[in-house]
Design a protein around this ligand. Structure first.
Ligand SMILES: [Zn+2]
Length: 340
């Protein structure tokens, strides 16, 4: 009991004494006690305050009414009036909150960005995370051939798969050659990646080298024209149906984004097969890629979702924030966009 509560009890006892003196009977005392209890119920003492959830996923431009509960010592939840609570956000460029507790995500906010919302009620705090995801349906349009084409080909979080094609004329504007060991000689198209991905890959390969692990670039960027030639060659050799199981239709290869690269190691004889996943390099890559903003894009057991068999060698740059969330949750890029 704090000093203030002591004083109010003293005041209450004094008030009761006066009531007893004045009335000389029991009933006003009960009434007074009831009034005191009533006052207590109106402003219960909370051991904590809490949001209904720790994490909320919202689209750019979306609004959300924040609600907050007080938790009594008996674990009862009491919803708090919004005018008694003050809310703040950690990054007003991503989301803002008004005096009514209504949170609105900025229209320009990007997939992967997030804010912490802090609520303060009588010096008690609670926090929740709001993360921003642009729904996949908002980044697609159906072209005149009935093909679903992405409208955000240059986004670091772009999803390209068997249901989402890149525009045939898309060429990344910032392709460079990362300074890492590559298989093969010469300045080849496949030795390029987009700038941010290229620099992240340099750091990843250097970090591996410090552990005496040797990663080698095999195949990075691939133009639409090159993918078309590869696909058509495969169809000639293997037929359309078999080809679709291992070779992407032009526009649907992630390599065309300039954000994906196949890597291997001398320990796997520079092969692109499952054996790479069993090497020290492959294991290190699976464990540490996310620290550099990369994901293993086609993990084991997720073929139904990604459309591809396990490829321990194919890494995709999405930026650290998204990569680390995907790695921690053990999900795929597709599942990330489903809000998992
Ligand atoms: Zn690949």
């Amino acid at each position: 009991m704090n000093r203030y509560q002591h004083r109010s009890w003293q005041a209450a006892v004094a008030a009761l004494g006066v009531l007893i003196f004045l009335s000389g009977c029991g009933s006003p005392i009960d009434a007074a006690v009831n009034r005191l209890n009533g006052a207590k119920q109106e402003q219960p003492v909370f051991r904590a305050i809490a949001f209904p959830t720790d994490e909320q996923t919202l689209a750019p431009g979306a609004s959300y009414s924040l609600t907050l509960s007080g938790i009594t010592p008996a674990n009862r939840k009491v919803e708090l009036n919004s005018d008694q609570v003050s809310y703040t956000v950690s990054n007003p460029e991503v989301a803002q909150v008004d005096s009514q507790g209504r949170l609105t995500v900025s229209k320009q906010a990007k997939t992967g960005s997030s804010v912490w919302v802090t609520a303060v009620y009588k010096q008690t705090r609670a926090t929740m995370r709001v993360r921003v995801i642009v729904p996949l349906k908002d980044t697609i349009k159906i072209d005149s051939n009935g093909l679903a084409v992405v409208t955000n080909p240059a986004d670091l979080s772009v999803v390209v798969n068997k249901h989402r094609s890149l525009p045939a004329d898309y060429v990344p504007a910032d392709l460079i050659q990362p300074n890492i060991p590559f298989a093969g000689q010469g300045d080849l198209e496949k030795k390029h990646l987009r700038k941010e991905a290229a620099h992240a890959l340099e750091q990843l390969v250097q970090a591996a080298a410090k552990q005496n692990l040797h990663l080698v670039g095999i195949s990075g960027y691939r133009s639409y024209a090159r993918q078309k030639a590869i696909y058509e060659n495969n169809v000639r050799k293997n037929g359309k149906e078999r080809t679709s199981q291992f070779s992407a239709y032009p526009g649907q290869s992630e390599h065309e984004t300039g954000l994906a690269i196949d890597v291997s190691s001398p320990s796997a004889h520079l092969a692109l097969d499952e054996s790479f996943g069993e090497t020290k390099e492959g294991k290190w890559l699976a464990e540490h890629a996310a620290e550099y903003g990369f994901i293993i894009r086609y993990p084991k057991g997720k073929t139904q979702i990604t459309g591809y068999a396990y490829e321990p060698w194919h890494i995709r740059y999405v930026g650290k924030e998204i990569a680390q969330e995907i790695a921690q949750k053990g999900i795929t890029l597709e599942e990330y966009f489903q809000g998992k």
